[in-house]
Design a protein around this ligand. Structure first.
Ligand SMILES: CCCCCCCC/C=C\C=C\CC(=O)SCCNC(=O)CCNC(=O)[C@H](O)C(C)(C)COP(=O)(O)OP(=O)(O)OC[C@H]1O[C@@H](n2cnc3c(N)ncnc32)[C@H](O)[C@@H]1OP(=O)(O)O
Length: 278
């Protein structure tokens, strides 16, 4: 359990106190503001396996319980926010693990997208596929230059489900969503800003966090209850639709991943990622 100690005399530079809940997700809470920096920590690329998804979901649940004032999602990697689902878990998958993976991803999205406090993504690097979904589930995105963000699922041979489309529709125009999803497009930082996929560019990781803090501070005069009820009104429909069709959504994912042409693509894709270094 994360405890919130509001010691107002703590100097600014020491305000964040480390409260590690797991090696996979580090949590630091600013004791002055009640804002939590949650850092994804699964090297090398923060690939999302069941343990990583569950760890982040638990942290968000704890932050809810402790009436967190805001969340800044970050990464311990130098140049990668998150490379999406762990591809090794969806290539030649164990069927039970595959189901657990998608169920954990659904659970995490429900918590993050529906969080009752302001949420931000401090994108210190690439945010691809599931990594982009994490960013889109937040209320605000700040990214460093020369990084990539987008949903490349159609390139992988799978199609985004309704709740993922809803997350993108929340942020982009209908036209931009169509182009982004149908083309499986990955955007560079400046292109992402142009279409509204991110909200701001920052020079480095520290600045992404500072800009996220500034965004969250804008809510200091807003009543927490009004904030959470309004957010629920805005986002509740997409969440309810997933909640009432979790099994169907899971089956669609499992069938998509088991499709032989998707498996064939994944084999080549993984090889191409590995051979980049040679
Ligand atoms: C309903 C049915 C459809 C369901 C899905 C639809 C909904 C969509 C929503 C969510 C989507 C979920 C699916 C996914 O998330 S699948 C994951 C897709 N991810 C990617 O395509 C990203 C692939 N990676 C990259 O492009 C690059 O690695 C990059 C992140 C840009 C970083 O590049 P770089 O800094 O050059 O690092 P490397 O490429 O050398 O990578 C370092 C090592 O990490 C391995 N790697 C990379 N990505 C992954 C990954 N996602 N999972 C596991 N491993 C990964 C890479 O192979 C290198 O390994 P090694 O050091 O052993 O060579």
């Amino acid at each position: 359990m994360i405890s919130f100690l509001m010691r107002r005399t703590i100097p600014r530079c020491r305000a964040y106190s480390s409260q590690t809940t797991s090696e996979l997700t580090k949590v630091e809470v600013n004791e002055k503001t009640g804002v939590a920096v949650v850092t994804l920590n699964r090297p090398p690329v923060n690939g999302l396996n069941v343990a990583a998804l569950r760890s982040l979901e638990k942290v968000i649940g704890d932050l809810e319980t402790n009436k967190c004032k805001g969340l800044i999602l970050s990464s311990s990697s130098k140049n990668i926010f998150c490379a999406g689902l762990d591809l090794t878990e969806i290539y030649k998958p164990d069927q039970e693990k595959l189901k657990s993976l998608w169920t954990a991803f659904q659970d995490l999205w429900i918590k993050l997208y529906g969080a009752s406090f302001p949420t931000t993504a401090a994108l210190n690097g690439h945010a691809i596929a599931g990594g982009c979904v994490l960013a889109l589930s937040c209320d605000y995105r700040v990214m460093v230059p020369n990084s990539s963000i987008g949903l490349n699922e159609t390139e992988l041979g799978i199609s985004p489900t309704a709740w993922i489309i809803a997350s993108m529709q929340n942020v982009l125009s209908k036209r931009s969503v169509e182009l982004a999803l149908l083309q499986g497009r990955i955007y560079k930082t400046n292109q992402a800003l142009e279409i509204g996929l991110i909200d701001e560019i920052a020079n480095d990781k520290d600045e992404t966090i500072k800009k996220c803090e500034e965004f969250i501070a804008k809510y200091s005069r807003v009543q927490s209850l009004a904030f959470s009820l309004t957010k629920r009104e805005l986002r509740g429909k997409a969440i309810s639709e997933l909640t009432s069709n979790r099994q169907g959504d899971l089956q669609f994912f499992v069938d998509s991943i088991n499709n032989p042409s998707v498996q064939k693509f994944l084999e080549k894709y993984l090889q191409s990622l590995k051979s980049k270094k040679n």
